[in-house]
Design a protein around this ligand. Structure first.
Ligand code: FAD
Length: 454
């Protein structure tokens, strides 16, 4: 049998592509070598959020006195948190399986390897069987980067150094947790384990945390976490992993911090090895599959969506890219745009942003104007955040008076930011936003308030 589409990888890019292809009438085969749902459902977005929600409940209860709630003796029961997280993951993975069935997608739980091309289509081998597909979608995702620091490999082997996979499944809360890398994954795990009682140290090479996040917001986040007891070692380079410590250099000096576990979270790289891409001539660009705006590779009929193309390693980007790829396969015109993809850090407080930051706009030479307000200007935020120091920042293009960026720190930001993404995607002007009516009292009103500062 020749399939209309073979999908390699059952993460957000792969399973959504298979679902959409099935809905579009394509006879689709999906390979997954570990677990349907990919990194996102099994060891990424969802399990981390399940853990963080438990931590948020505990944090709020501990803070109860500020709100007239007496909740003494609050404790986070880590094994119970992990158990609940596992239940959430199981249910969601079962949901993906059901969707595959509903859309008549054939799922093969095995490792796929592209062997070449025949007149009928692309050939993919799993076990002893060779499958043929007229089109291919590579959605193999990404893997954690393990830097070549002395002792890192050995540390991994003995379970002292761990990645996102293991940290979401630890049976015990480590007394001393060192996190190498202060990006989104590192910060979310720092947030959970800080609430769970670990003494957390984050070592970051840059002079700020949270990567490309608005600098002022990253500093507010850092201050919030320093108050909770997390230590940040910035402009610091890890040079060695020892038996029970991490050695790093900062300001020309060598330092050593003891650890029970070390989370390596310095970034992820596209998973392109061992797929057989070379057998059909798929081009890579610095380790990522090169794609055009339709998510098609240099090989006709071969597409790549999600982390594997390295453009924006987020699950919601993966979803949209997979839809763009499938729409093009079905002959529907569709292209991928990246200017309004929101990013969120689900710490407590949450951070969310979309579009240009002051830093990126300046680098691009955009003539922009910024308006900023404390979140306390929102009645709902004030009612729910005793002593909160959140802010909302809006950037506009000065010439076109168009919204180009919105950045926030404060709870509910993760749920509000899609509205800002929509405004940027729709190219709304300042005057358009001023005419929008936001529900009151909601924290989202802060966007409207901030716009009126312009
Ligand atoms: P993946 O989810 O990586 O799925 C790829 C799948 O392909 C895997 O299941 C793999 O087993 C399979 N595969 C690979 N090779 C083969 C093969 N040869 N044969 C068969 N199967 C194969 N993103 C967000 O947007 N929001 C978040 O809150 C968020 N939190 C995160 C938290 C953590 C701790 C981590 C690690 C990541 C997080 N991400 C988050 C990123 C998000 O998980 C990824 O962007 C998303 O999973 C990418 O989807 P994907 O389909 O491209 O790849």
């Amino acid at each position: 049998m020749v399939y209309d589409l073979i999908v390699i990888g059952g993460g957000p890019a792969g399973y959504l592509a298979a679902e959409r292809a099935g809905q579009g009438g394509m006879n689709t085969l999906l390979f997954e070598k570990r677990s349907l749902g990919g990194v996102c459902l099994n060891e990424g977005c969802i399990p981390s959020k399940a853990l963080l929600y438990s931590a948020k409940i505990a944090d709020n209860a501990r803070d109860g006195a500020k709100y007239g709630v007496d909740a003494s003796g609050v404790a986070l029961n880590h094994p119970a948190v992990i158990k609940r997280k596992n239940k959430v993951v199981r249910n969601l993975v079962a949901g993906v399986k059901a969707k595959m069935k509903k859309n008549k997608v054939t799922v093969v739980e095995d490792t796929a390897f592209i062997t070449g091309r025949s007149p009928e289509g692309y050939q993919v081998k799993a076990g002893d069987t060779v499958y043929t597909g007229r089109r291919l979608l590579i959605a193999s995702g990404s893997v954690p980067i393990i830097p070549s620091i002395p002792g890192a490999k050995e540390g991994l082997e003995r379970g002292f150094v761990i990645t996102n996979r293991e940290i979401l499944d630890l049976e015990q809360v480590p007394e001393k947790l060192v996190i190498v890398g202060g990006g989104v994954i590192g910060l979310e795990m720092a947030s959970y384990y800080n609430s769970a009682g670990s003494q957390v140290t984050v070592i970051e090479m840059l002079d700020h945390i949270a990567g490309a996040t608005d600098l002022e917001i990253s500093q507010i986040l850092q201050k919030n976490y320093e108050k909770k007891g997390i230590r940040f070692m910035l402009s610091s380079r890890v040079t060695k992993i020892e038996e029970n410590a991490v050695v790093y250099e900062a300001g020309g000096q060598t330092h050593r911090v003891e650890a029970d576990k070390v989370l390596m979270s310095v970034g992820r790289r596209p998973a392109t090895e061992g797929l057989g891409l070379e057998n059909i001539g798929v081009e890579l660009d610095r380790g990522a599959i090169r794609v055009d705006e339709r998510c098609q590779t240099n090989v006709p009929g071969v597409y790549a969506a999600g982390d594997v193309n390295g453009v924006s390693m987020l699950a919601h980007t993966a979803y949209r890219e997979s839809e763009v790829a499938v729409n093009n396969m079905l002959g529907r015109k569709d292209i991928m745009r990246y200017n309004a993809i929101a990013s969120v850090i689900y710490t407590n407080p949450e951070v969310a942003g979309v579009g240009e930051t002051e830093q990126s706009a300046a680098e691009k030479g955009i003539d922009f104007e910024v308006a900023k307000l404390p979140m306390m200007y929102s009645g709902r935020y004030m009612a729910e955040n005793e002593g909160g120091d959140g802010i909302c920042k809006v950037l506009i293009d000065k010439q076109q008076r168009k919204l180009i960026g919105v950045h926030m720190i404060g709870n509910y930001s993760s749920e509000i930011i899609y509205g800002a993404a929509l405004m940027i995607e729709m190219e709304l002007r300042v005057d358009d936003v001023k005419e929008l009516v936001f529900p009151h009292p909601t924290v989202s009103e802060i966007i409207r308030e901030t716009i009126f500062e312009i």
